[in-house]
Design a protein around this ligand. Structure first.
Ligand code: ZN
Length: 268
């Protein structure tokens, strides 16, 4: 019985890949099922982002706000340079970067599709210099470049609607996209209730993040120090860790891949 169920699930995934398309993550080459167009994901994320920003208060700390923007821009430029150098210019159409610092004591940060990245002031109590801030921003940029939102929405669509949705009219599919966007990002009314990323996405974003850091000229060793502080932080750090699950294995995995990140940055 169980076996039949697994076969059915595999059939759904395979059909989904054929009907809707699949992609490969830059840098890691991992294949992923993407049921929603980049444009639809971007628009759904933008609605959530605008709703959130309407209620948010921008930081009054001018120096810190401009640091978030300048470190973000450096990393975004490095990321775009990497994508261009690897024949992935078409991906740039879906990346419209925005880096904001909001007045909120939570130790947190998030990224919405297309590169709308928000850092909470509280995070700067852990990320205490540009390189440590680059660890967080590089990681969030990686979530955007790897289209983790699209993948999570696609998984939700498959879970909630099954195969039927793939053959339905596009208008019904768009309604489904709006519904899953709300449950995946959930920023509107209940701020901070985004679905947590999976470990697989976290490790992938860590790896891609340290490569982008190195290309931008930051030392990726900072990632080890930052995550060690984060995991020792307890209390407030749990805000960020609730959407970005972490454990000791994560830090050793980052450590293991630093030489690789440096070598890619050197040779890309
Ligand atoms: Zn993450």
């Amino acid at each position: 019985m169980k076996k039949i169920f697994i076969v059915q699930i595999l059939a759904v995934i395979l059909t989904a890949m054929v009907v809707a398309g699949c992609g490969a993550v830059p840098l890691t080459g991992r294949r992923q099922v993407l049921l929603v167009s980049d444009q639809e994901v971007y628009e759904a994320g933008l609605t959530q982002y605008n709703d959130y920003m309407k209620g948010a208060k921008l930081s009054s700390n001018v120096k810190a706000s401009s640091m978030v923007k300048s470190v973000g821009k450096k990393l975004a430029d490095a990321t775009e340079a990497y994508l261009k150098a690897n024949g992935l210019e078409s991906e740039l159409d879906n990346l419209k970067w925005e880096f904001s610092l909001v007045a909120d004591d939570q130790v947190n940060a998030f990224c919405l599709p297309g590169g709308k990245i928000v850092v909470y002031e509280g995070l700067l109590s852990v990320a205490q210099n540009e390189a440590e801030l680059a660890v967080v921003l590089g990681h969030e940029i990686a979530h955007a470049v790897a289209k983790h939102s699209n993948e999570r929405m696609s998984q939700q669509i498959m879970t909630q609607y099954g195969m039927a949705i793939l053959s339905k009219a596009l208008s019904q599919k768009s309604a489904a996209v709006q519904t899953v966007a709300t449950s995946v990002f959930g920023l509107g009314a209940q701020v901070g209730f985004m679905l947590p990323y999976s470990r697989k996405h976290e490790y992938e974003a860590d790896y891609m993040g340290i490569v982008f850091m190195e290309i931008a000229g930051y030392d990726s060793e900072s990632a080890v120090g930052f995550w060690t502080k984060m995991s020792a932080g307890g209390g407030n750090a749990s805000d960020f860790l609730s959407t970005h699950p972490s454990d000791n294995k994560r830090i050793s995995e980052i450590n293991r891949r630093i030489p690789e990140a440096k070598s890619i940055a050197w040779n890309y």
